[in-house]
Design a protein around this ligand. Structure first.
Ligand SMILES: C[S@@+](CC[C@H](N)C(=O)[O-])C[C@H]1O[C@@H](n2cnc3c(N)ncnc32)[C@H](O)[C@@H]1O
Length: 209
């Protein structure tokens, strides 16, 4: 009897990509330094640093010290740069995609970063006992708005007072929805940067939320 196994479609947020791994080395100049990143098929933006990611890296406001979370780190560009530009930070990078996690670990070493680590898991589960001074994310819009909304609405549980969340999104996506979501969750909302069809949205945890 013929047995057909239907394989699921692979996305950049697939937990265990099975496509053949095709590596690509990306060279990038970010925040005044040169970086190298191994990327691959089966992860987000394997050919180049995504323009939204670039805008977030350029405009992100990092704390002087403390803990930073890169939520949905992919191969690690945001977290690696944050850790490299401020050695007083400790950066935790989280992703659900095991191939992305493997690459992000490799990219930490490749760039000589010693103040960062990568954890695999769903959203905040791998950091459930931690409080961050800053949460950065280029969120997985393709995974669905439910996941993106969870990154924002669950964030306050993992933020110290005075901490910020900074996320980059395409300008045409959910303008009012994001504004309302940030205002309902944090009581404040700022557009930190706007360029090339992307916006970096920021909110601060001010009081008890
Ligand atoms: C738009 S990509 C950004 C990747 C990387 N930060 C960058 O800027 O190149 C979003 C990332 O979120 C990850 N992701 C999707 N769903 C997730 C979840 N539930 N928990 C953690 N990470 C998730 C995806 O695997 C993907 O790597």
């Amino acid at each position: 009897m013929l047995c057909l196994v239907k394989r699921g479609v692979e996305h950049y947020y697939t937990q265990k990509p099975t496509s053949k791994e095709k590596l690509n080395l990306i060279n990038a100049y970010l925040r005044g330094r040169y970086f190298k990143f191994w990327a691959s098929s089966g992860v987000f933006s394997k050919g180049h640093i995504d323009p939204g990611t670039r805008l977030l890296i350029r405009s992100m406001i990092l704390p002087e010290r403390g803990l930073v979370l890169d939520m949905g780190c992919g191969y690690g560009a945001i977290g690696v740069v944050a850790a490299a530009v401020n050695p007083n930070l400790y950066v935790i990078m989280v992703d659900v995609n095991e191939r992305a996690v493997k690459l992000a670990k490799r990219n930490i070493k490749l760039n000589g970063v010693t103040n960062a680590e990568v954890r695999r898991g769903n959203l905040y589960e791998p950091v459930k006992d931690m409080l961050f001074n800053c949460i950065l994310s280029n969120p997985p819009i393709s995974a669905g708005m439910e996941t993106v909304e969870a990154i924002i609405t669950e964030a306050p549980k993992y933020m110290c007072k005075g901490a910020t969340i900074q996320i980059v999104v395409k300008s045409k996506i959910g303008r009012e929805r994001f504004k309302n979501l940030f205002e309902e969750t944090f009581g404040n909302f700022t557009i930190l940067a706007r360029e090339g069809g992307y916006r970096v949205l920021m909110a601060e945890k001010r009081g008890k939320i």
